[in-house]
Design a protein around this ligand. Structure first.
Ligand SMILES: *Cc1c(COP(=O)(O)O)cnc(C)c1O
Length: 370
């Protein structure tokens, strides 16, 4: 076989549902020399990451760490550790990712009740209340920012109901984290997971996770072993904290360098400033797209700033336009999923990609194409 040439990707502008653009400082961090994953200097990096994960989740949860795998693994970590075969779980589904949580909970052997809302609308708190009255779930799981539909799910009222019923509140914050207000302790969230490639703007492949003391107690009270060896927090937590720092698996060293730098960028900017920037660029995109005649899928109060779902105008071919955006303008946007395939575009303004220049480039490219 002849030698392949070096790979040089095109200079893409990432405005899809993730990954988002990455700051040069993060890329530089990834290219620094490897050290051992039990080197005291690396353990310090893990400690730094934990402190910055707590700050960004707005929590003092001791069990706050990063799963060495993407957001879906964070989802699986939370569910596989908290659910035992035969447990009841209420899973809220308002898009693709709620459906994924249900699939995982069932694989854990849980008895699942679903609360659903039509795609493009948030879950109705009253429906959750009814599910809590008719069942005795150990946990209720819900997606904060449904990336498949562009819906921002209000959490506080539901969290209150879940606690009143004595259950754990589990939240998917893969897309909202570091892009919209999210207060783990204040909102009473017991278990939360995110990803690195959305509003955190680090490369994909890691999943920040946090569990409250109550959730840790549920883990400790298990009568069966966690079904997954790799995701078993009773072992993983000894690698992330405590005196032992025992070997569990080889941490992805370079990816952790990148995450540390991405967190530093988030905290330098400040969470409130970052949320404001995401909101402002969303409003800029909205005004420009509305001038071009586009309509949003989601009602205004529930629109995500970082994931804009817009209806594809009548007579416009989805694939042709997205292909031209990519090949002629180097811009990636997302297509619709499931029932929305061919009907909706999903425009990401996440992290480094939440930027006025990105908005202007996209709308002028769309204007030329259409
Ligand atoms: C992207 C996403 C996930 C899955 O994350 P991966 O890193 O792709 O595994 C889960 N939930 C939501 C809401 C997401 O947007």
């Amino acid at each position: 076989m002849s030698t392949l040439s070096e790979f040089h990707p095109s200079n893409r502008i990432l405005m899809g549902p993730g990954p988002s653009d990455v700051h040069p400082r993060v890329l530089k961090a990834m290219a620094t020399p490897l050290i051992g994953h039990l080197d005291p200097e690396f353990l310090k990096i893990m400690d730094d990451i934990k402190v910055m994960a707590q700050a960004t989740f707005q929590t003092s949860n001791e069990l706050t760490f990063v799963v060495s795998a993407p957001g879906s693994a964070g989802m699986e970590t939370v569910l596989v550790n908290l659910l035992e075969p035969g447990d009841e779980a209420v899973i809220c589904i308002h898009g693709v990712f709620g459906g994924r949580m249900k699939d995982i909970a069932e694989r854990c052997g849980a008895k699942v009740t679903t609360v659903e809302s039509p795609w493009g609308q948030p879950i109705d708190a009253q429906q959750v209340k009814i599910a809590l009255e008719n069942n005795a779930p150990k946990l209720v799981a819900i997606v904060h920012a449904e990336t498949s539909t562009g819906v921002l799910q209000p959490l506080e009222e539901i969290s209150q109901m879940v606690h009143d019923a004595g259950a754990l509140m589990v939240v998917d914050a893969v897309t909202s984290y570091c892009g919209a207000p999210l207060k783990v302790d204040e909102w009473g969230i017991d278990a939360i997971y995110s990803g690195t490639q959305k509003c955190l703007s680090a490369p994909p492949g890691l999943s920040p996770v946090s569990l409250s003391e109550k959730a840790v107690q549920v883990l400790e009270d298990r009568s069966t072993k966690v079904q997954s060896w790799f995701l078993d927090l009773t072992m993983v937590k000894n690698y992330w904290s405590g005196a032992k720092r025992a070997y569990h698996h080889t941490a992805p060293v370079s990816a952790m360098y990148a995450l540390r730098e991405a967190y530093r960028l988030v905290l330098e900017e400040g969470l409130e400033n970052r949320f404001k920037r995401h909101q402002e660029n969303h409003l800029l995109l909205r005004s420009q797209l509305e001038n071009l005649g586009f309509e949003f899928l989601v009602d205004e109060p529930f629109r995500l700033p970082m994931l804009n779902a817009v209806k594809i105008p009548e007579g416009i071919d989805d694939n042709t336009v997205r292909h031209r955006l990519l090949s002629e303008y180097n811009i990636e946007i997302g297509g619709g999923l499931g029932a929305f395939a061919g009907k909706v575009w999903r425009i990401g303004l996440m992290g480094e990609s939440s930027d006025a220049n990105h908005v202007n480039m996209l709308t002028s490219a769309l204007q030329s194409i259409l």
